[in-house]
Unconditional design. Structure first.
Length: 445
């Protein structure tokens, strides 16, 4: 009996040992080693690095897209400028042609007058040949009178000749100026054609770059989705959200910086005004004479009429242009009606627009004629500071501190927002004026 119990215990112990050994072996297999942990950590770091690298490549692609868009905008506005200058040159040539025609007509008229005077003068020559006979048959006083008449005729002939000579010179100058104006018009027309070709090439390059960037971003986002083990659609939506958030943050930072600069500018203007007022007050005090000594008492004078008070001084005019009102609202309403219509370089509606074409059309509705050229729109408007912006004003982007570098314009609608025709592939839209980069020129039509 004892032998059976001992055997049973031994079997149980052996079974327990086997199970224990199996469990221990299984635990040893599932727990990663230090090397495996280190390898996994390195993989995570590498994957994160790969994602960061992909993000950097996407950012670089977006920057290439931005640069190509700027180049296309600059080429488009260069074409608008060349076209504007060609129109100005054509108008100047037409004026020169009219002035030349008037000068030539005046020359022809004076030529006829002079020719008639010459004929009249020669017809009086027989009188000179018969002078001796006249002196014999008439008195000396009659002869002197006839001589005076002949001298008057010669003086008149000289005057006609002088007029003809001046008219001839004026006609020659007018002809030369007309020829120069026509040559200038031809040159500007040629320059406009070259600018048009350059704008088309830049637009084509921007479109090609946009497609290349889109393809590259699709590839990069697919790789990012694989690394993050998510769907491509989710990766694309996430990237769109990240870019939108980054753009919004940049716009907010730019708006805050612009507000701070405007506040500083206003404070500086107020300080300058206060200093000017104080200086004027001190100067007035210095010019006031010392009080005169008290006079000896005199008998009361006859009553005098009450002095009339000096008229109140008129308020000084504000140096800033008055804010646009009804015209601005009409311009804004027109621009808002075009939202969603496509950008086409060189277009000024209907149905498609470029940046200066849209602002030209908007302000035409507002009652002000602007050229289809952003630089000229700035030149023909009143420059203002950002702190003076009012709805209807124009907001400009330039590549330098010179207005001649302006290549984009938008219509300010208030609240830090604009309506504009951005670029190829992006229709007329309303957005923050800081959506891109901070504008550097402002003007009021």
């Amino acid at each position: 009996m004892r032998s059976r119990a001992t055997a049973a215990a031994l079997c149980l112990a052996l079974a327990a040992g086997v199970v224990t050994a199996q469990v221990a072996h299984a635990d040893d297999t599932d727990v990663p080693t230090r090397a495996e942990v280190a390898q996994a950590e390195e993989a995570v770091v590498a994957k994160t690095s790969d994602v960061d690298s992909l993000q950097a490549e996407i950012a670089a692609a977006n920057e290439r897209l931005r640069a190509s868009s700027v180049a296309a905008a600059q080429a488009s506005e260069a074409f608008n400028g060349a076209r504007y200058e060609a129109a100005v040159a054509r108008a100047a040539a037409r004026r020169a042609d009219r002035e030349e025609a008037a000068a030539l007509a005046d020359l022809a008229r004076l030529r006829d007058v002079y020719a008639s005077s010459v004929v009249t003068s020669y017809q009086s020559m027989p009188t000179l040949n018969a002078l001796s006979g006249v002196m014999e048959s008439e008195g000396i006083l009659d002869v002197i009178e006839r001589m005076d008449t002949m001298r008057d005729t010669e003086d008149a002939l000289d005057d006609r000749y002088d007029e003809f000579r001046v008219a001839s010179s004026r006609a020659q100058v007018a002809s030369d100026q007309a020829a120069e104006a026509r040559a200038e018009a031809e040159e500007t027309e040629s320059a406009a054609r070259d600018a048009r070709d350059a704008a088309q090439a830049a637009a084509d390059a921007a479109a090609a770059e946009a497609q290349a960037v889109a393809d590259e971003k699709s590839r990069l986002l697919a790789e990012m989705a694989r690394l993050q083990d998510i769907s491509v659609d989710l990766a694309e939506r996430r990237q769109t959200g990240l870019e939108a958030a980054a753009a919004e943050a940049a716009a907010q930072a730019a708006a805050e910086q612009a507000a701070a600069e405007a506040a500083a500018e206003a404070a500086a203007e107020q300080a300058a005004q206060d200093a000017a007022d104080q200086a004027a007050q001190q100067q007035q005090q210095q010019q006031e004479p010392d009080p005169a000594p008290e006079p000896e008492p005199q008998p009361d004078p006859a009553p005098q009429p009450e002095p009339q008070p000096d008229p109140a001084p008129q308020p000084q005019p504000d140096n800033d242009p008055p804010p646009a009102s009804s015209g601005a609202q009409a311009a804004i309403a027109f621009a808002r009606d075009q939202i969603g219509e496509p950008y086409v370089w060189g277009a000024a509606g209907p149905g498609s627009w470029d940046c200066s074409g849209l602002t030209m059309g908007a302000w035409e509705r507002g009652g002000i004629s602007l050229p289809h050229y952003s630089v000229a729109q700035y030149d023909q408007s009143t420059p203002i500071s950002a702190s003076r912006l009012a709805p209807g004003d124009l907001v400009f982007w330039g590549s330098s501190s010179s207005p001649s570098s302006i290549y984009h314009v938008a219509l300010y609608i208030g609240g830090g927002r604009i309506i504009h025709a951005p670029r190829s592939g992006q229709p007329v839209s309303e957005e923050s004026m800081y959506y891109w980069t901070t504008p550097n020129f402002y003007a009021r039509p």
